[in-house]
Design a protein around this ligand. Sequence first.
Ligand code: FE2
Length: 346
Amino acid sequence: MRPIPESIRQRLGDEKTQKRLQIQEKLKQRQVSQGLGLFAMERFFSVNACVGGIISLCGMKKRGLSNILDLRIEQHEVILPGLPASFEGFRIMQLADLHCDLDAGMITRIREVIVTIPHDAVMLTGDYHNKVSRPFDLSIEEMLRLIPHLHPLRFAVLGNHDFLEKVPPLENAGLPFLLNESAAIEREGSRIWICGIDDPHFFLTHDLAQARSGVPANEISILLSHSPETYREAATLGYDLQLSGHTHGGQICAPGGFPIYRNAPGCRREHLSGSWREGKMIGYTSRGTGSAGVPARFHCPPEITIHTLRSSPLNGRQMHADASAPFYLTKGNPRNDALPGSGSGG
Ligand SMILES: [Fe+2]
């Protein structure tokens, strides 16, 4: 296992780093599991084998596999009163739950599609690996192939399938992670904030308050949270938008998209996929760009989401922010000097 650099330890904090490493070790030793469900790994790996067996017996294996490649582009318009004019029409691409080691064809397909979709930034909401206690070298290799195809304005957070050791190689390749940290995107003298937390589902090393602590009260803040489970606290803290994944929308669903498995305790059905609202905060849960556990999907296609920010509903106004306008990245709280292009035009 790769060592954890001191800089990562400082960013996440000693206590949370220690907690994460201890749980990771138990996962590797298979002393703990991530619970029941389609996406549960290791101790319950037979659940996935069972589901896969049933799919094969029903002659649905080929169809299920082709469904994980059937990427849909979901357009989500986000109305944020107070959005600076320079961010009118700003398009954020969300990639969720890539689980790169599940199927080589899947990640190739994702790489081909994302470069064809116009957008102004890309956010990755966690889970880059599938078999959580197994070595993640293949997932890192696939991510290293993917990163050069991503928009240069990009941020990522960790999910419950991700070990902390993934952060250094991916950041060195140009993908900055937000470990309970924030960063501002500036355009024409105005800015919005991207705040990212560590995994709030299993490792529980997240800190929403710390991630937002450097954001002025009247400025727009967007939370990257691997799981929608943080919806109540995020709304209370004043976040304007929460982007999540983790649920896969159920991945294998009954006709009509009704999820058979749920893996987000405390969440309502509406939080499992698509757009939702909590108080003044808008939320969105992706069905996942990749798939996990079993290389199959039914009645629940994978998605690449484009969130278009607007200050009010579109009424013949400018469709998109001026793509030629430069963006600037500034350091957030407590630090983020891994940002590509930090402090200079990109
Ligand atoms: Fe997850």
